[in-house]
Design a protein around this ligand. Structure first.
Ligand SMILES: Cc1cc2c(cc1C)N(C[C@H](O)[C@H](O)[C@H](O)COP(=O)(O)OP(=O)(O)OC[C@H]1O[C@@H](n3cnc4c(N)ncnc43)[C@H](O)[C@@H]1O)c1[nH]c(=O)[nH]c(=O)c1N2
Ligand SMILES: CC(C)CC(=O)C(=O)O
Ligand SMILES: [Mn+2]
Length: 489
């Protein structure tokens, strides 16, 4: 059923003068933007279209250091029909479309490089269909992961993918996000069952067929995973059907300190090799744990550290924990510091998730830039040791935090943006790190995406043939190159 606002689309408003519209960023015939804005207002009403400078600025930036590029207009659709109608207008007037979730991205994905229209999806925030007995749920794009888990309270179910930030679930699908629980529950790639998508021309389709939500399928090409990680460059995700999980009977967290990076990473590899179904295994190097101690008033030893979490029945936890403890001991790890009650565990994971802010607090007034490489597990000790040497050699501040169970880690580079020499050294370091990962058969991004900064590295990673296939897919789905232009490819 068409949304009420679309049904009233014939209401006409006088054209508005778009404040600050930057026509140099795309060629527009005189009056085009004004006409498009009038059409947006006829679909979404005055309240659904914003030209205010503060609103545009806020929607042209994410949490990264990439320069803020505000869109010319921000629209706030309330239903898929409205998204489709607005996209049709953009298509008609050839205006770029930039989807916006919550702006927590770390690769500059929401910057309006060529101007255009930001589609803020925050007003589409309903949890639509919960099938408890089937372990799935369908959400609108503005629902955040915390909001979903609050909604699920009392059902015995949860959605475990946890990037720390309270990101929108469709933003997480768009960036193929993961985080601390991925070692046990997978990433967004494994947990999205179906997506509703609005393409650049306003047409709407479902990647796995309307209403479909089987746990597995062999039916044709995997269009769902084509859109997971597409970073707004192929279409606007307007619904996601997600896998849910039963909340484990028990959860126990632990912290363990190690004499060296090698010992911590060797323990990780051995824990996984023994088949312990560990739920979280996070590495923090000495600099990172020191920063977390300061930021969160904690007092863990300032040495390479693992934060771990076990999920399961009380009986299975005993076994998981004793195997893990034995492995860590054999690698020279210290005693486990346990966190069993919910408050203690929450404190521990808050400290881990605050790593970004803790790192920035090391140098007040400086900015942070996150790297995000992922390598095969067996290469982890070598790449982390080499990376730490590289940081020391170049006098750079880059505490390391990693989802080591997946071979994924971040150096959070803290730099003075007004020091061109330091900026250059950080840039060279991050490229070297990514190439080191590529040389080990890894990737330049495990979870943050390509966005603006990693397009060259993507080419190196995939090679010309795979890039050409991607470009052809993009040209088929978005021949006018309106969807988030300048990103990924
Ligand atoms: C402190 C902290 C910690 C972390 C992270 C961030 C921060 C600030 N992140 C990164 C971030 O949370 C992650 O990239 C989210 O998936 C982004 O979701 P947003 O809703 O904020 O998307 P945001 O609005 O930032 O958009 C990101 C990209 O997705 C596109 N997009 C958004 N919504 C869309 C939609 N409905 N349809 C189509 N395209 C859409 C945008 O166009 C853009 O290209 C992260 N990530 C991670 O994977 N693991 C981690 O551990 C962390 N940790
Ligand atoms: C800024 C990043 C380090 C955020 C992230 O991905 C993490 O904390 O794992
Ligand atoms: Mn991460």
């Amino acid at each position: 059923m068409a949304c009420a606002l679309v049904r009233s689309a014939l209401r006409r408003k006088p054209p508005l003068q778009p404040a600050g519209a930057d026509r140099r960023r795309y060629s527009l015939r005189s009056g085009t933007l004004e006409r498009a804005i009038a059409a947006f207002r006829s679909v979404s009403g005055d309240e659904g279209v914003s030209l205010g400078e503060a609103v545009r600025e806020q929607h042209g930036r994410d949490e990264s250091v990439h320069k803020c590029r505000p869109p010319d207009v921000v629209v706030f659709p309330r239903c898929v029909e409205e998204v489709s109608a607005l996209a049709k207008i953009c298509h008609q007037y050839q205006l770029p479309i930039i989807p916006f979730g919550t702006g927590t991205g770390l690769e500059g994905g929401v910057g309006a490089l060529k101007g255009g229209v930001c589609f803020s999806l925050r007003n589409m925030d309903e949890v639509l269909d919960l099938h408890q007995e089937d372990f799935d749920v369908t959400v609108e794009p503005g629902v955040t992961r915390k909001a979903l888990n609050s909604y699920l309270r009392g059902t015995g179910l949860w959605f475990p993918i946890d990037p720390g930030a309270d990101a929108s679930l469709c933003g997480m699908a768009a960036t193929s996000a993961s985080g601390t629980n991925a070692v046990r529950y997978g990433t967004m790639r494994e947990n999205v069952l179906n997506l509703e998508v609005v393409l650049a021309d306003g047409s709407v389709f479902h990647t796995a067929g309307r209403g479909r939500r089987p746990r597995k399928t062999s039916a044709g090409y995997n269009l769902t995973n084509l859109f997971v990680g597409s970073e707004g460059t192929l279409g606007i995700l307007t619904k996601a059907t997600l896998r849910l999980y039963g909340i484990p009977e028990s959860m126990v967290s632990a912290v363990c300190s190690f004499p060296s990076v090698q010992a911590a990473v060797d323990s990780t590899v051995q824990i996984l090799q023994t088949g312990v179904p560990i739920a979280r295994i996070e590495f923090l190097d000495d600099v990172m744990i020191g920063a977390c101690n300061r930021f969160n008033s904690l007092s863990y030893p300032v040495t390479p550290t693992l934060f771990l979490e076990f999920h399961g029945s009380s009986k299975s936890l005993e076994e998981q924990v004793s195997i893990t403890e034995e492995i860590t001991r054999e690698n020279g790890g210290g005693d486990f510091a346990w966190a069993e009650d919910e408050e203690m565990r929450a404190r521990l994971w808050k400290a881990r998730h605050d790593a970004w802010y803790a790192a920035q607090a090391l140098r007040p007034g400086c900015k942070a830039y996150s790297t995000d490489v992922c390598v095969p597990l067996s290469c982890l000790p070598q790449i982390i040791v080499e990376t730490k040497e590289d940081l020391m050699r170049n006098h750079l501040t880059g505490p390391i935090a990693g989802h080591v169970g997946d071979g994924n880690f971040h150096c959070i580079m803290v730099l003075d943006p007004d020091d061109p020499d330091e900026v250059q050294r950080v840039h060279e370091f991050t490229e070297r790190l990514a190439r080191r990962a590529l040389a080990m058969d890894g990737t330049c991004t495990g979870e943050h995406g390509v966005g603006l900064g990693k397009r060259t590295l993507l080419r190196e990673e995939l090679g010309p043939q795979a890039m050409e296939v991607m470009q052809r897919l993009k040209a088929t789905l978005d021949p006018k190159n309106l969807m988030n232009p300048g990103k990924v490819l």
